[in-house]
Design a protein around this ligand. Structure first.
Ligand code: CDP
Length: 220
């Protein structure tokens, strides 16, 4: 089988990570969650009390931080931070961090390295438009804001996190705005991406839809 890449982009809570993980399992390829990498850097900046406007300090931290994705876990300088990076105090700040060119430069470099020698499905905001511009398959996954917020609300409730539906809606709207209006590689659908609207669809339905798109485009 020839090496291939699948890029999945879309707004917050569209189901990118759930779907991409399942597609990766079905196809036996690597799943790379780039959002987790931005979240890990954000967590480190918060834990170190770094002022996000302090360019020199941000740069120093970014250059001296190790972010790894190992067996579905997220390691920050060797520590497993998989749960912590999903907490609202990280979610509400991650888009500010992800808008910084110095952060993007470093993480995009690492993401391209991860996809260099192996078939991957990579999800994020700028994968089809920038990180893996030559990906064989590009998907733009979306859903209504209400449905996206509702999914995230259920996820947070299941984890016992104290947050209201309104707070989640606000976070999602705010992040979508920052992500799609930032100067460096904003969130947008690549011209050659296929739009998949997941509103009202089950996870299985979306996975099947995406697998059939992939099968049409790649010889697997
Ligand atoms: O899972 P959710 O949709 O909430 O977000 P995520 O994929 O974990 O990404 C968190 C944040 O990281 C996004 O809101 C973006 O600000 C940023 N991000 C980015 O800028 N570029 C990427 N390739 C991936 C994430």
């Amino acid at each position: 089988m020839k090496k291939f890449a699948i890029a999945v982009d879309g707004p917050a809570g569209a189901g990118k990570s759930t779907i991409s993980k399942l597609v990766a399992q079905k196809l036996g390829i690597e799943y790379i969650d780039t959002g987790a990498m931005y979240r890990a850097i954000t967590l480190k900046l918060i834990n170190n009390n770094v002022n996000f406007g302090d360019f020199d300090n941000v740069k120093k931290i970014v250059e001296n931080t190790k972010v790894e994705l190992v067996n579905g876990r997220v390691l920050l300088d060797g520590d497993d931070v998989s749960e912590e990076i999903r907490m609202p105090y990280v979610s509400t700040r991650v888009s500010e961090v992800a808008a910084m060119p110095i952060v993007r430069e470093r993480l995009v470099y690492l993401q391209r390295l991860m996809a260099e020698n192996t078939s991957v499905i990579m999800d994020g905001r700028d994968i089809g438009t920038n990180v893996l511009k030559n990906a064989e398959i590009k998907i733009f996954l979306t859903a209504s804001v209400e449905e996206r917020a509702n999914r995230r609300y259920i996820e947070m409730q299941n984890k016992g996190v104290d947050i209201t539906f309104e707070e989640i809606c606000e976070d999602i709207r705010k992040r979508d705005t920052i992500d799609s209006t930032r100067e460096v590689n904003p969130l947008r659908q690549a011209e050659d991406a296929i739009l998949v609207d997941t509103t009202g669809k089950s996870i299985e339905e979306v996975v099947d839809e995406i697998i059939s798109i992939i099968k049409k485009g790649v010889n697997i």
